[in-house]
Design a protein around this ligand. Structure first.
Ligand SMILES: [Zn+2]
Length: 288
């Protein structure tokens, strides 16, 4: 590819606010840490998080029953209303203490309310909403948090105005998917096909395309064995092992499995095995 005029100038940052709305089971702290970690590894996209549920009282947002389905377009309206009230609340209550939320920010809302027709995502060029209601552990891998991470990344072309959704499945973030099960390929592979790459580069240059490719390549998450990696900090601080935990939060058995795989426990088990072997040799070997 050749360098374009887009690459010569400093590209505007694409700011994406992640909102939690009607989330009752999701581990928001672990999710927030994972999503915001994307900010420290590239400079083309900036993610922020707003827990709309935590402000529900201030924003006068009525509680929704997460057990009942709702039309996705109606839920988009609910999100717009919540965001509008948030902007009002911030500008009225926090104007001296903090800067208001930028007008050109894009919103990616995460909810657990089910959408009618088994759909899991609705979106426009400024606001996308994803429902986790139909996600279940038998869909893993990937884990739920990897799924959320990938969907935030897949929303970038839409927010850039560079979405090239294609019907055929390529493992590309531009794959057209109707339900959660169909999204598995692009979540696992995280590819950008030539057609989608060309569209993204056209509006956001080489820098924007390279930054998105870097986010999609999950090497920045690292291994749980490297103490300073995102994966290790998620495990130690939030108890969410991306490579073992599957769902909304870590189950008891997943905690046990994760602990058994740590180096310290493995060394302890090896040492215990050596002690038992030495005892057996002494007890039975010396008698022969
Ligand atoms: Zn594509």
């Amino acid at each position: 590819m050749t360098t374009t005029a887009n690459d010569q100038k400093k590209l505007p940052l694409l700011s994406i606010a992640i909102g939690f709305l009607d989330c009752t089971r999701l581990d928001k702290d672990a999710t927030t840490y994972l999503l915001l970690s994307q900010n420290s590894v590239q400079e083309a996209y900036e993610f922020s998080v707003v827990d709309l549920d935590a402000h529900a009282g201030d924003l006068h947002i009525a509680t929704l029953d997460v057990a009942h389905e709702i039309d996705g377009d109606k839920y988009l309206d609910r999100c717009r209303q919540a965001i509008h009230r948030l902007n009002q609340y911030v500008s009225e209550s926090w104007s001296e203490a903090a800067s208001p939320i930028k007008n050109d920010i894009k919103w990616f809302v995460i909810t657990e309310v089910p959408f009618e027709g088994n759909y899991y995502m609705y979106g426009t060029s400024t606001l996308s909403v994803i429902s986790l209601a139909n996600w279940s552990k038998d869909m893993a891998p990937p884990s739920l948090l990897e799924f959320i991470l990938r969907q935030t990344q897949a929303s970038i072309p839409l927010f850039l105005g560079a979405a090239e959704n294609h019907y055929d499945t390529r493992g590309c973030i531009g794959d057209f998917t109707v339900n959660l099960g169909e999204a598995k390929q692009h979540v696992l592979i995280g590819h950008i096909c030539h057609e989608c790459a060309r569209a993204i580069q056209k509006v956001h240059g080489h820098t924007g395309l390279d930054a998105l490719r870097m986010l999609l390549n999950k090497s920045w998450i690292g291994s749980t064995d490297t103490v300073t990696s995102v994966a290790a900090i998620m495990k130690k601080t939030f108890g969410y092992d991306l490579y073992i935990t599957k769902g909304f939060s870590t189950s008891f058995m997943e905690k046990v499995k994760s602990a058994l795989l740590t180096g310290v426990v493995q060394e302890f088990l090896k040492l215990s095995g050596a002690v038992i072997l030495a005892w057996a040799l002494l007890k039975f070997g010396l008698k022969q």
